[in-house]
Write a protein that binds this ligand. Structure first.
Ligand code: GLU
Length: 430
């Protein structure tokens, strides 16, 4: 029996109307599995995560009250190497979201051909409302809760939404207190003083920009004067905004969780960053009008960069997108239904598992440096990252052109194909 036969079977849970991240991820995988006609045993093993861990942590807050927080760590695959993927702190985090994000990490690492599988973690909390002291306690408690399944050769966490280099340093500390020695390779995205890597902080945005440059070449368009709208001005959105601005693009609109700003003549992301450093928001940036997320998605721009959460471009708004290119800075920002509408409307969607792989690529280089205790310069990091990202872009483009499919389908075919090939070599018997 071939996987295709099974792909026609849609589990009742997948018929649910509302957006479910793991359903989306599974359907994307199934589509690639169908194209590749992979063997059922491979299909079945890759369809579900290898491991899902849910933990609860009771923390004493600064006001003396005790609150219990729930967290997750999901390992989708450890077949091609340790599970790799970020940890997010978010009030909307869920196990389904972690499962989807972990699977996307497996495919992302395979697209750029890194020796990692995929994982993801989260803690349900509102980090913006917590003190430094509370965040440190929570991070260390979470690390102790998942300590048995992480490690340099098992599962290597990294930053994601509302976590950063400081969070990674706390993880390293909690892990090292239990092992009795500093093992920096247990986590990536650390501060430089704890053996983090040059270039890691802005790596996802830098990688996005490399992919944007290649997209422009592929479409034979110049980036000069191109209008760009960005959903999200966190680490990813702000880094890519600065690079695109330097390359001559006009950043005409930016939104964040508090609201958004718009100016047809362009917004200076360097000035905007000075404001966000103080106020935590883009809202009320001088010389701009207010704009909502929905209005931003519908703007007449050349390039739309969703760099926030999943599912923001969906069947309700996909038809209204006027951008020629969508560059997915976030993980899973476009639903499958939206993907079809965008394809029909000839919008080029540069998929997340390629577009935002710059972060994990520099994470890989950080891990390599940590294991060897030998460090690269920023130029070396950027050069290696650029090479990997650009190779992945053209590998995907070639598959897309040859098979006349979307870039997302081509990226999945490449990724799932690579993982399946490794599985075949390892053998079928458990
Ligand atoms: N959280 C980032 C991502 O989704 C980085 C993961 C990593 O570096 O392991 O790609």
């Amino acid at each position: 029996m071939k996987a295709e036969a099974e792909i026609k079977y849609i589990h009742p849970v997948f018929k649910k109307k509302e957006y479910d991240p793991f359903t989306e991820a599974t359907l994307q995988f199934e589509r690639a599995a169908g194209y590749l006609d992979i063997e059922p045993w491979i299909y079945q093993r890759l369809k579900y995560p290898e491991r899902e861990l849910t933990v609860h942590m009771a923390i004493t807050l600064d006001n003396g009250r005790v609150e219990t927080f729930t967290g997750f760590r999901v390992q989708h695959s450890t077949l091609r190497g340790p599970a790799k993927g970020g940890i997010r702190f978010s009030p909307d985090a869920s196990l389904s979201e972690c499962k989807a994000l972990a699977a996307w990490m497996t495919w992302k690492c395979a697209v750029v051909d890194l020796p990692f599988g995929g994982g993801k973690g989260a803690v349900i909390c509102d980090a913006l409302k917590m003190s430094e002291n509370e965040l440190e306690k929570l991070t260390k408690a979470y690390t102790r809760s998942i300590i048995d399944i992480i490690g340099p050769y098992k599962d290597v966490p990294a930053p994601d939404m509302f976590t950063n280099a400081q969070t990674m340093a706390w993880i390293a500390d909690a892990y090292c207190q239990s092992t009795g020695r500093l093992e920096p390779a247990v986590v990536t995205g650390k501060p430089l003083c704890l053996w983090g890597s040059q270039g890691r902080a802005g790596a996802t945005g830098t990688g996005l920009f490399y992919v944007l440059e290649e997209t422009a070449k592929h479409l034979q368009m110049s980036l000069k004067g191109k209008k760009v709208a960005i959903l999200g001005f966190g680490n990813v959105g702000s880094s890519v905004a600065k690079l695109a601005h330097k390359a001559g693009c006009k950043i005409v609109a930016v939104t964040d969780i508090f609201g958004g700003i718009h100016n047809e003549n362009g917004i200076d992301p360097f000035e905007l960053e000075k404001q966000t450093a103080k106020t935590n928001s883009v809202v009320q940036f001088p010389g701009t009008d207010a704009i909502t997320n929905e209005e931003l998605i519908e703007l007449a721009v050349d390039i739309l960069i969703p760099a926030a959460v999943e599912g923001q471009i969906n069947k309700e708004n996909a038809d209204k997108v006027r951008a020629k290119v969508i560059l997915e800075g976030a993980n899973g920002p476009t639903t499958l239904e939206a993907d079809e509408i965008l394809n029909d409307n000839n919008v080029l969607v540069v998929p997340d598992i390629l577009a935002n792989a710059g972060g994990v690529t520099v994470s890989y280089l950080e891990w390599v440096q940590n294991l060897q205790r030998y460090f690269f310069t920023e130029e070396e990091i950027l050069e290696k990252t650029e090479k990997k990202m650009k190779k992945a872009f053209w590998d995907i483009c070639n598959t897309k052109e040859k098979q006349n499919i979307s870039m997302r389908e081509a990226a999945y075919i490449l990724a799932v194909g690579r993982v399946a090939e490794s599985m075949r070599a390892l053998g079928k018997a458990a």
